[in-house]
Design a protein around this ligand. Structure first.
Ligand code: DHB
Ligand code: FE
Length: 286
């Protein structure tokens, strides 16, 4: 039986990807950011899963505004890095897992989540920067990845609560997949940031840290944060935090926080990163 063994959440700032690709991780500005990812880079060496369900958003890199699915899952065998305006990042092709993706999509539809099927999608920094932060510069990604894209670019975006319940449904779907697969779920984006308008540059450490605290065992409170509240408190792009709620919903009621990092700023964004695992998985391991 497949099982979700851990969850990772992290910001996905494109400038972090550029710093990696251009060999600038040792620069004074970037050092403290990358120091915050040393822990997970070591941890993943022993904890590399078979598959990652990677909840992210496309930034109108591959999904133009012609069609904007609320939730979409990648069925392809492979996903190429998207051209984000400076050419595609020089990172490996992402290898998918169509068998598990198909099973999850079917179970989600049975569970009344109407998910869009992506038979082709190029993946942008929302997906590739987190892979680089955790696995570093590699010739091949050591895992298969199922992209799960969420609309945070055009109103109406889904609620945080809907995302949390989607995570619960994903966990149920994974547990009913017969193959013995170690699966992680990742949520990317956030934390507070605003890239546009008069409030561009907004960062709210108080909101972010309260979010991180409540992500462990006060998820009922996080599920009630409205989209307007995300906009007001965490800026127009802070809504990306709803992807973290998919991750958290999939981990079940009780989790152990293995690692937490918060740093302000990287580019225009408050960088947040957590690693969590379900308490039940821990019990099974011990
Ligand atoms: C930045 C952050 C993002 O999440 C993003 O998608 C684009 C830019 C930034 O901080 O510059
Ligand atoms: Fe983003």
């Amino acid at each position: 039986m497949a099982r979700i063994t851990a969850g990772i959440a992290t910001s996905h700032v494109p400038a972090i990807g550029a710093a990696i690709d251009l060999g600038k991780t040792g620069d004074e500005y970037w050092k403290p950011v990358f120091a915050g990812y040393e822990w997970v880079k070591n941890w993943i060496l022993d904890e590399t899963p078979d598959v990652i369900i990677l909840c992210y958003n496309d930034h109108a890199s591959s999904m133009m505004l012609d069609i904007v699915p609320t939730f979409a899952i990648g069925f392809a065998e492979e996903f190429e890095p998207a051209d984000e305006g400076w050419g595609p990042r020089p990172v490996p092709t992402v290898v998918g897992c169509p068998e598990l993706a198909g099973h999850i999509a079917e179970q989600l539809v049975i569970d009344e989540f109407d998910i869009t099927i992506m038979n082709h999608i190029d993946v942008d920094h929302g997906l590739t920067v987190p892979l680089s932060l955790v696995f570093g510069q590699v010739d091949e990604w050591p895992v298969r990845v199922i992209p799960l894209a969420v609309n945070v670019t055009q109103f109406p975006t889904p609620s945080g609560n809907r995302c949390f319940t989607l995570g619960q449904a994903i966990a149920d779907a994974v547990e009913s997949f017969p193959a013995d697969l170690n699966v992680q779920i990742w949520g990317t984006g956030g934390m507070s940031h605003q890239l546009q308008g008069p409030r561009a540059g907004l960062i709210n450490p108080k909101f972010d840290n309260a979010f991180l605290d409540r992500l462990i065992d006060r998820t009922d409170e996080l599920r009630q944060i409205t989209r307007l509240e995300f906009l007001r408190e965490s800026g127009s792009e802070g809504i990306e935090l709803i992807m973290w709620l998919i991750m958290r919903g999939a981990l079940g009621k009780d989790v152990e926080e293995l690692y937490r990092f918060y740093h302000v700023p990287a580019s225009n964004t408050a960088v947040g990163h957590v690693v969590m695992r379900p308490k039940t998985a821990q019990a099974a391991d011990d």
